[in-house]
Write a protein that binds this ligand. Sequence first.
Ligand code: WTA
Length: 645
Amino acid sequence: MAEDLYPVPESWAADARVTAEGYATDYARSLDDATRFWLERADSLEWVSKPTVADESSFEEATFGVKWFADGVLNVSANCIDRHLATRRDQIAIIWEPDSPAADPRFITFTELHAEVCRFANVLKAQGVRKDDRVTLYLPMIPEAAFAMLACARIGAVHSIVFGGFSPEALAGRITDCDSRIVVTVDEGRRGGKTVPLKANVDAAAKLVTCLDTVIVVRATGGGVEMQPGRDIWYDEAAASVAAECAPEPMNAEDPLFLLYTSGSTGKPKGVLHTTGGYLLWASYTHACVFDCRDGDTYWCAADVGWVTGHSYIVYGPLANGVTTLMYEGVPNWPSPARMWQVVDRHKVTQLYTAPTALRALMKEGDDFVTGTSRASLRLLGSVGEPINPEAWRWYHDVVGEGRCPIVDTWWQTETGGHMITPLPGATALKPGSAASPFFGVEPLLVDAEGKVLEGATEGNLVIARSWPGQMRTVWGDHERFFQTYFSTYPGFYFTGDGARRDADGYWWITGRVDDVINVSGHRMGTAEVESALVLHRTVAEAAVVGFPHEIKGQGIYAYVTLNAGDPPSDALRKELVTWVRGEIGPIATPDAIQFTPGLPKTRSGKIMRRILRKIAEGDVSSLGDTSTLADPSVVDDLVANRVG
Ligand code: WTA
C-alpha cells in the first residue's frame, strides 16, 4: 500500500552516511567480497596491531567456531576514550540525567571519563583483579556503571552485568555460574522516586554463593548499609588513594570482553560471551550507520545497562564513535508521563532510542504530555526489543517526531551483539512495523520446520546463514550448549528463535519468538525459568507457563499451576505465588495471571501440549485443534471453564 510507505525525508537523503545507492552497493560487497569489506571497516578502530584476517567462522559441527580478526590486538577502553582525547578532550562524553528532575545532571567530558575509568581500573587492580577475571556489576543507571565497564575492559577483566531488577537468588546464580569473586554495587539505586536496596540484595546473594570475597560499594544515595569487614569496600575511599592513570592492556581481538546472562527455551539463563575486536566493530559500525550521529549531537538510548541494548548502544557503540551519550537513571513515566520529552528538551536530544512497551504506556496517557514539550532537537527515533505495532509506530512518528524523524526499528538479540535487520535513516523508505533490511554482512533466510529454505514473499523461521563480527562466541562454560542451542536445529545456520515474514518488496517483518521464550516489556523471560521458580514453592506440584498478548507489555506471563493434594486454591495463595516468583527471579517475572488447575493437558507420553495452553491464555478457545491425543481430554474443559482474565 503506497500510503504505508514513508520515504526517506529530504533532510536525510541529502547527506546521510549511507544512501539508498550506497546501501545496495555496499550490502552486495559485504557478502561477495566479505574479507576486504570487513578489513576496511576494521580500520575505523584503533588497533595496537591491525588484523590481517577477517571471518574464520564455521557453523558446521566438525569445524564449528566463531572467530573474527584473530591476529588483531586492541583495547576497547582505549578506543572509547583515549583515542578521542586529541580531538575531543573537552567534549561531553556522558550526560547523566538523574531520577528526580529536581536533582542536578552530571556532564562528564572525555578527559574526565579517562581519569574516572583509570581510577576505577586501579581500584580493581588493587583488589587483585587480573586479565580474564570475571567481575559482576550489579549497578543502577549511574555513570559509575559505565566507568566500571570500561575499567574492566581497560585491564582485560570480563564484566558480567546483572540487571538491578533481578533478585538475590538470580544474582547468586549468575555469580556462581561464572565463578566471580568480586561484585561492584551501590548502597541503593533510585528509580521512579523509590530506592532499590542493591547492597542488601548482594548481602543476601552472598549467603548463597561460595566464590565471592570482595564487594566494592559505590556511594549513591548515602542510604545506610551494613559493611562486612574484610569483604566490603567503599569505592570512594579506595579511589582516593589510586592514580588517575592506567595503561590499557593490549588484548587479542578474540579475548573475552563481557558476559551477559540471557534467557532461553530451556534450563538456566546462559552466559552469552562477547569478545573484543568483532564486538566493538559491530557495536560502533552499526551505531554509526543506524543513528548517523554528527558532532554536537546528543544521543539518548533509554535502555538499562543491565541489558545488551545498554552495553552496545549506551556505552560501547556511541563512545567508540566519540558521540555524547545520555544515561537516564529513572523511568519513562515518573514524575509524569511527560518526563521523557522533558529530558529530550533539557539536553537537546537529537537521536532517541527506546522500546515499544514504553511508547504504548505513554501513548495511553494522551498526546498532551508530548505536545506540551518542544522536541525540536529530535532528528531520528529508534525502536528496539520487541515488535512495534503499527499504531505505536505511527504515534511515535506523527506525535513524538511530528512527522519529520525517520524511525529505525532495529531487530537484534543479546547473541548478535548489535543490529541485524534495520532501516538506515538515509537509505530506507519505511513501513510501520517492519524492520526493513539486513545490515551489512547479515544474510537472513527463512526456513520451514524441516529446515528447507523458503524463497520469495513468505513467512517462516528466521535463520542467519553466515557469521558476522558481533556474533556471540560461546555460552560461558558450555561450548556444547552454544552449538546445540543455536546451530543444531537447522544445520549450517544460526537459528534466532524468532519467526519472520518477508513481503513482496523484500521487507522483513519480525513476528515474535517461535520458541518457549516470552518477551515481557521488551525483556526476555524463559517460560522454564518461571516454571522452576513456581515448583520450588511448597504448595506447587506442577506448573506450565506461556505468554499471551498484553496491551502494554507486548506479552504477559500466564501460569497454570497444579497444587499438591491438601493445598486448596485461594486468592491469598495466588498472591503468595506472585510474590514468590518476584523473590526468586525479580519483578520482571511477575505473573500476570495464575490459573489453578487440577491437571495439565498432556499427551500419553507425558508431554505438555503448550499449544493448547497458549490458545486458552489468549482467550482463543474456539480453535483448540485436535485434543484427541491427550491422555485425559477432559482436562481441557476444566481449563477453558476456569480461565483467568
Ligand atoms: C525481540 C534485545 C521485533 C526478538 C536487543 C529477539 C525484536 C529478542 C526487536 C531479543 C525488533 C528485539 N522487532 N522483535 N525490533 N528487537 N526483538 O536478547 O524476539 O533482550 O529475539 O535483545 O527480542 O531480546 P534481547
